[in-house]
Design a binder for this molecule. Structure first.
Ligand SMILES: [Zn+2]
Length: 189
């Protein structure tokens, strides 16, 4: 009798699924120093984003979700364009916008700190076309200047200065991937 109870518990436990929400990611600057975190939480009205970062230039900065989960310093160009699964134009003030990855500007205080909660109404963590975790995932990038909410393709917001990967295994991504051939085989002959 006890055996049947145990089997039932194991079956129930196996159905819990993966933990996608909340999802915390680390944010790194162009020197690969960790400067903060972004925590994503799925809600009925979209995905909430708590952004906590230090060490920025005081002032206003653009923040966007980008299409690839790649954060190669120092320019973070490998993150690609803004996350745009609905094929819209850039800009929260654009009538033909906006990208699902467009966010309001944030302001770093005189000490260089940002601690805000933002909302991504057109993005989810659950699987789907508009998921921040689709394929390999996406990334979050902070810009050197403010997004003007209008200019194509990305709001004329200066350089990419910090980046965080949004992936299911975000906490483990510093470990080298064993499936990636990182050892160059020496040709003998
Ligand atoms: Zn955009």
């Amino acid at each position: 009798m006890k055996r049947y109870v145990l089997v039932l518990v194991l079956l129930l436990g196996g159905c819990m699924g993966d933990e996608r929400s909340p999802l915390e990611t680390s944010i790194y600057n162009s020197e690969n120093d960790k400067i903060g975190t972004a925590t994503f939480t799925e809600r009925s009205e979209g995905t909430a984003l708590k952004l906590k970062v230090e060490g920025l230039e005081p002032g206003v900065h653009g923040v966007h979700i980008h299409e690839f989960s790649k954060c190669d310093a120092p320019d973070f160009k490998t993150a690609g364009n803004h996350f745009n699964p609905l094929n819209k134009e850039h800009g929260l003030m654009n009538e033909a916008g906006s990208h699902a990855g467009d966010l309001p500007n944030v302001e770093a205080d005189p000490g260089g700190m940002v601690d805000v909660e933002l909302m991504l109404p057109d993005a989810k963590l659950k699987e789907g076309r508009d998921s921040l975790l689709r394929q390999e995932g996406t990334s979050i990038i902070i810009q050197s200047g403010p997004d003007d909410g209008m200019s194509q393709p990305s709001g004329d917001s200066g350089e990419r200065i910090a980046c965080g990967k949004i992936t299911l295994d975000a906490d483990q991504d510093e470990v080298s991937d064993p499936t990636e051939p990182d050892k160059k085989q020496e040709e003998s002959g």
